[in-house]
Ligand binder design. Structure first.
Ligand SMILES: O=c1ccn([C@@H]2O[C@H](COP(=O)(O)OP(=O)(O)O[C@H]3O[C@H](CO)[C@@H](O)[C@H](O)[C@H]3O)[C@@H](O)[C@H]2O)c(=O)[nH]1
Ligand SMILES: [Mn+2]
Length: 753
């Protein structure tokens, strides 16, 4: 895919900018030296302790924190961004030289993922600035919902008006629900023609919206003579494949609906399974060399995002340098100050850091993949058409002859021209075949090719495998952001998401795609492996964190210590780590332009999430490894806010019956009991000198308990609230029992034997 863009006289299409902040590096090193001195201090003062247990535990936890800190430092050491220049591309390249792109949208549940959101994503993608004949949009519906199919048909009809309108007036936001917001009005200096068309589009969109609303409210009635006959008597987890070409060659990209075959006897591998069906069906129908995949809520926010990606595709001489192009995840209408800490702002520097190593991690959405890489090619594979033996492909890609033909074209790089291809609808028979649930048996789908199975974070697993095969990846962050999605709108949905991530990431360490293995045996870069460890260890981090959260309470109750006393010189070490670390994180937030409140929420939710969702993630993986339970992919809820709803309770914590928050409540209660304990003890002392002494000795521990109290403040409020904003009483009871048990154990262990 090289057009004449490498000419040295030309300005580049893309620039990779690697930089670093001296201040950040300096502070990180200071924190590291504090952490190391803390460890040294622990070791040398070990023998002076009267209570070994807390000291040893603290040493272990802090060693772990230091290890994680080193991983994070290594990851952030250099920062990288990519600047792209679509204007230069447009001047130099002819539209017909652009590669074709197959666009995949996945949806799995019309309730958790309201159709109107998915359809806006579809509309934004159909309307991007890219030659329509080079695009095909595939919507995978794992719910097999007639509502989704109906919505897609209606949406495609609406797109015939919407897309020309967007292109004619160069509309910037092409997802109508974001374009027609309550504060978008016409301006006086808009031309009359525009005003007329704008009003017409708004009416048409309102109609579309109402149609979907109505359809979602009435039950589906089966009419065997209609277009919906395929949806009669189907169950979402047991039905034949349904594939419908909704539009082809109509000046729009092709629009194709797919609901892959499901059968309770066959594992369907959730999203990864859906992606593999998409890869195969699109391979048969359009076989574009590039594929973009987005979650159903990630609409294209920047109409030029494809052109930005093409700047990178054309801008690199070697495909090896851009195996895939990841556009960062960003969110629209996020709750103010990110109360649940799920808008990912805090990963900015990590992500840009990884981008400066082997390239950004594949995040599951907003990613342009090369089909040949998804088909398993390594960075240095050179394959000519003649070398490909159809029999070998059989073992890898399965029985479909047509599919193997298209695969051969892709891996030999001979399919750039798609002009003389057949229409998608003429290939539908074969598409049904490859969308069947037994197609993958005896093939390497999910093992070596396609999206890999074995982790609830199929994205990370697939991405690390690509890096392991020697490809680099590139970050593409256009302004305005390329895609915007919906961050989990409520606390329970955020917990679900965090738990699944912790599970999926940890699962990777128990596969043959473990970062260390891939560095030794394959071509994963060492520092990239460290970055993967930083993220894959999320679940494991819950264990030291929760131990550390119990330590202050344990010490106060048992009258022991895990921190240096205030009159010791070493006292300044933990104080130093604590202060500098928090100032550092705050400074990072400042540089990103987020509020003080957001900083607090992120830091607090960091503790809360680790000790709740990630802990459960960790336990789930342990149970799975012991063969005691299975992992399911729980879809996170997406919310469509209508323009006039302005819920004042947004951002308040809601609770459901899930036990995930129990460890958090226990941490809270235990630390509260400890604080009450120490206050009572102080009250009993009436000599002020001894008072100061007692206070001084346990000050560090008391401060830690107060800090935990502040971090879990929302739970404290939840204990006293009713309804959906209150923690269910059963959860409270269970936590109470565990708390008493803990306090009892503390008391026992402090009594002399
Ligand atoms: O059986 C399934 C389950 C999910 N999905 C789709 O997968 C996407 C992601 O699901 P979502 O619940 O939104 O997960 P998030 O936690 O928001 O997603 C992040 O994390 C996932 C891995 O855990 C990645 O797959 C996603 O791309 C990434 O955005 C959605 O489009 C779903 O419709 C399916 O198609 N089939
Ligand atoms: Mn999502």
């Amino acid at each position: 895919m090289a057009i004449n863009t490498q000419d040295s006289t030309c300005l580049p299409l893309q620039e990779k900018i690697v930089y670093h902040s001296k201040t950040a590096r300096f502070i990180e090193l200071v924190i590291l030296s504090f952490l190391l001195s803390l460890l040294v201090y622990r070791v040398i003062s070990f023998k002076d302790q009267s209570h070994y247990i807390p000291w040893l535990l603290a040493l272990l936890c802090e060693s772990w924190f230091t290890f994680i800190w080193i991983l994070s430092m290594s990851t952030k050491w250099n920062q990288c961004t990519t600047k792209t220049y679509p204007d230069r591309l447009m001047k130099r390249a002819n539209e017909f030289e652009f590669p074709a792109v197959d666009v995949f949208v996945t949806t799995a549940d019309p309730i958790l993922e309201p159709c109107i959101i998915t359809m806006n994503t579809v509309l934004s993608l159909l309307a991007v600035d890219y030659p329509a004949q080079k695009l095909a949009l595939y919507l995978s519906d794992d719910a097999c919902s007639p509502l989704t199919y109906y919505s897609l048909v209606e949406t495609t009809n609406f797109a015939k008006l919407w897309v020309p309108f967007c292109k004619k007036y160069n509309i910037q936001v092409r997802a109508p629900f974001r374009y027609f917001t309550s504060n978008s009005t016409l301006l006086d200096d808009d031309s009359l023609e525009f005003q007329r068309e704008w009003k017409m589009m708004k009416n048409e969109y309102d109609d579309l919206y109402k149609k979907m609303e109505l359809a979602s409210q009435r039950p589906f009635t089966c009419d065997r003579n209609s277009d919906f006959a395929d949806f009669c008597d189907v169950h979402r987890s047991d039905h034949p494949a349904i594939i419908k070409v909704i539009s082809e060659n109509k000046g729009l990209p092709h629009v194709i609906y797919i609901s892959r075959e499901k059968n309770p006897k066959h594992h369907h591998y959730y999203k990864a399974g859906a992606m593999n069906v998409l890869a195969r069906v699109s391979g048969i129908m359009t076989n574009a060399p590039l594929m973009l995949n987005v979650d159903c809520d990630m609409y294209a926010n920047n109409p030029q995002v494809f052109l930005h990606a093409m700047c990178i595709i054309f801008g690199y001489k070697n495909d090896q340098d851009c195996g895939f192009i990841q556009v960062p995840q960003a969110f629209y209408d996020g709750l103010k100050d990110d109360p649940f800490g799920n808008q990912l702002a805090n990963y900015y520097y990590l992500m840009n850091g990884i981008s400066a190593i082997q390239g950004p991690l594949y995040g599951g959405t907003n990613c342009f993949h090369r089909r040949k890489i998804i088909y398993g090619l390594s960075a240095n594979d050179k394959i000519k058409n003649g070398n490909i033996i159809n029999e070998d492909l059989h073992q890898v890609f399965g029985k479909s002859f047509e599919l193997r033909e298209t695969v051969a074209q892709i891996i030999s790089g001979s399919n750039i021209k798609i002009e003389n291809q057949k229409t998608p609808s003429s290939l539908i028979e074969e598409a049904f075949y490859v969308a069947g649930c037994s197609y993958e048996y005896g093939t390497l789908w999910g093992k070596k090719v396609g999206w890999l199975y074995g982790s609830a974070a199929e994205d990370m697993l697939t991405g690390i495998n690509i890096h392991g095969r020697g490809w680099k990846s590139v970050i593409c962050s256009p302004d305005p952001p390329g895609f915007l999605g919906c961050a989990p709108p409520t606390y329970p949905s955020s917990l679900t998401q965090q738990k699944r991530w912790a599970i999926g990431l940890l699962e990777i360490l128990f596969t043959d795609k473990n970062p260390l293995l891939l560095t030794i045996k394959a071509k994963l870069w060492f520092r990239q492996a460290l970055a993967y460890y930083w993220i894959c260890l999320w679940g494991v981090r819950s264990i030291p964190e929760i131990c550390y959260a119990f330590l202050p309470a344990y010490c106060i109750i048992t009258g022991s210590h895990f921190l240096p006393k205030i009159n010791e010189r070493a006292f300044f070490i933990p104080v130093g780590v604590f202060m500098i670390f928090n100032v550092y994180v705050f400074w990072e937030c400042k540089r990103l332009g987020v509020s003080l409140r957001t900083w607090w929420n992120l830091q607090r939710m960091g503790r809360v999430t680790t000790m709740t969702a990630w802990l459960f993630g960790f336990l789930s993986v342990m149970l799975k490894l012991m063969g005691l339970s299975k992992i399911v992919f729980e879809v996170t809820q997406k919310e469509h806010k209508s323009n006039d709803s302005d819920d004042k309770n947004d951002g308040r914590f809601m609770y459901d019956k899930s036990p995930v928050i129990i460890p958090g409540i226990v941490v809270l209660l235990v630390n509260m009991i400890a604080l009450v304990n120490s206050v009572l003890r102080l009250l009993k002392v009436n000599n002020s000198e001894i008072w100061m002494e007692v206070l001084g000795l346990g000050l560090g521990e008391m401060f830690c308990s107060v800090w935990m109290l502040l971090c879990f403040w929302e739970f404290l409020k939840g204990l006293f609230r009713n309804g959906k904003y209150g923690i269910p009483s059963l959860t409270i009871w269970k936590s109470g029992v565990l708390t008493l048990f803990f306090v009892h154990v503390c008391r026992k262990s402090s009594q002399p034997f």
